[in-house]
Design a protein around this ligand. Structure first.
Ligand code: 3HC
Length: 287
C-alpha cells in the first residue's frame, strides 16, 4: 500500500501519546478509529483531543471548521475488531512489553495482511513485537514526540525484520502527517532518548543532591541553552512513570550507569507523583 492510498488509521491506546497521534492523523484528513480498554478511558481520550484541538483553534493554528471536520473523522471504541478496516495501525498503549505483545498478537489477526502495524514505543525492541505477528516485515516503529500535534519529528525505527517497502511507506506517511522523519536502528532509546535520558537523569541527580533549586536548573537550561523548557518541567510533561520506564529499558540494554534511574525518580513514581497528568511531579499543577 502507498501512503496516499491510506484512508483510515487505527490507533490503539488514547492516552497522552495516543490522543495526540489521533489528532495529528485526523487533522491530516484521515479517518481515525481509536480503541481504548474501557469506556472511561475512551471518554478521557476523546476529551483530551477536544481540549487540544480547542487550544489549537485558540492559538490560531486551526480553523474552527477544520477542527469540527477533524473531530468528525474520529471514532472511538473499546473493541479491537473496529480496527478491521484500517489501512495502517499505530499502537500507543502503555510502555510494557507483555501488554504491547498481547496487542500486537491480537491486532495482527484482525487486520488485512498488507497493513503496516506500527508501534509508538519510546524504547522497547521493535523486533520483540514483530516476532508475535505473521507480518514481521510490516512491523515498524513510528515514534512521535510529546505533544504530538506540536512536535515536528517522527522517528522511524527499523527492526532487523522490517522490509524496505515498509520504511518507504513510513517515510511517506510521516510526510502526509506533516512530520520530518529520521531513521533509526532498533536499539533502546533510538536516536532521541539515547541522548535525552542521560541528560534528564543528570538533572534529577542535581536536584536530588540539592545542588540547585528546581527553578534554577530549569531556568539555566531554558535561558542558557535556548531549550523551550528545562529538564524537570520536561520530565513532568513526559510523565515520570514513562521517564522511569525508558530509563530502565536503556539501563537494561547498555548497563551503563548514565542510564540507571535516579532514586528520586523511582520514589516519586511509587508515591504517584507522575508529573502534569497526576497534578504533581517536580512541580505542582491544578488537576
Ligand atoms: N495545537 C497546535 N499548536 C499548538 C498547540 C496545539 N494544541 N499548543 C501549542 N501549540 C503551538 C503554539 O501555537 C506555538 O507555535 P508557534 O511557535 O508557531 O507560535 C508552539 O506550539 C509553542 O507554544 P508556546 O510557545 O505557547 O508554548 P506552550 O507552552 O504551549 O508549548 C511545548 C509547550 C510545545 C510543549 C513547548 O514547551 C516545547 O516544545 N517543549 C519541549 C517538548 C519536548 O521536548 N518534547 C519531547 C519530549 S521527549 C518525548 O516525547 C520522547 C518520549 O519517548 C519520552
Amino acid at each position: 500500500m502507498k501512503p496516499d492510498e491510506v484512508n483510515t488509521v487505527g490507533v490503539v491506546g488514547c492516552g497522552i501519546m495516543g490522543s495526540g497521534i489521533v489528532e495529528v492523523c485526523a487533522k491530516a484528513g484521515l479517518k481515525v478509529a481509536f480503541v481504548e480498554a474501557t469506556e472511561e478511558l475512551k471518554a478521557r481520550g476523546q476529551a483530551a483531543i477536544e481540549r487540544s484541538t480547542a487550544k489549537a483553534v485558540e492559538r490560531g493554528k486551526l480553523e474552527e471548521g477544520e477542527r469540527d471536520a477533524a473531530l468528525g473523522r474520529i471514532t472511538g471504541s473499546t473493541d479491537l475488531h473496529d480496527l478491521a478496516d484500517a489501512d495502517l495501525v499505530i499502537e500507543a498503549v502503555t510502555e510494557d512489553l507483555p501488554t504491547k505483545r498481547e496487542v500486537f498478537h491480537a491486532v495482527d489477526q484482525l487486520i488485512r495482511p498488507d497493513v503496516v502495524l506500527a508501534t509508538n514505543t519510546s524504547s522497547l525492541p521493535i523486533a520483540e513485537l514483530a516476532a508475535v505477528t505473521k507480518r514481521p516485515e510490516k512491523v515498524v516503529g513510528l515514534h512521535f514526540f510529546n505533544p504530538p500535534p506540536v512536535m515536528k519529528l517522527l522517528e522511524i525505527v527499523r527492526a532487523l525484520t522490517t522490509g524496505e517497502e515498509t520504511v518507504t511507506f513510513a517515510r511517506g506517511m510521516g510526510e502526509r502527517l506533516g512530520k520530518t522523519t529520521v531513521l533509526s536502528k532498533d536499539r533502546a532509546g533510538f536516536i532521541v532518548n539515547f541522548l535525552l535520558v542521560p541528560y534528564l537523569n543528570a538533572a534529577i541527580r542535581m536536584y536530588e543532591e540539592s545542588f540547585a533549586t528546581r527553578e534554577d536548573i530549569d531556568t539555566a537550561i531554558q535561558l542558557g541553552l535556548g531549550h523551550p523548557m528545562g529538564p524537570l518541567t520536561l520530565l513532568d510533561l513526559i510523565g515520570l512513570d514513562t521517564a522511569l520506564h525508558v530509563s530502565e529499558v536503556l539501563y537494561e540494554e547498555f548497563k551503563d550507569p548514565l542510564y540507571s534511574p535516579p532514586t528520586a525518580l523511582k520514589r516519586m513514581v511509587s508515591a504517584g507523583w507522575l508529573g502534569r497528568k497526576s497534578g504533581r511531579g517536580f512541580y505542582e499543577y491544578d488537576k
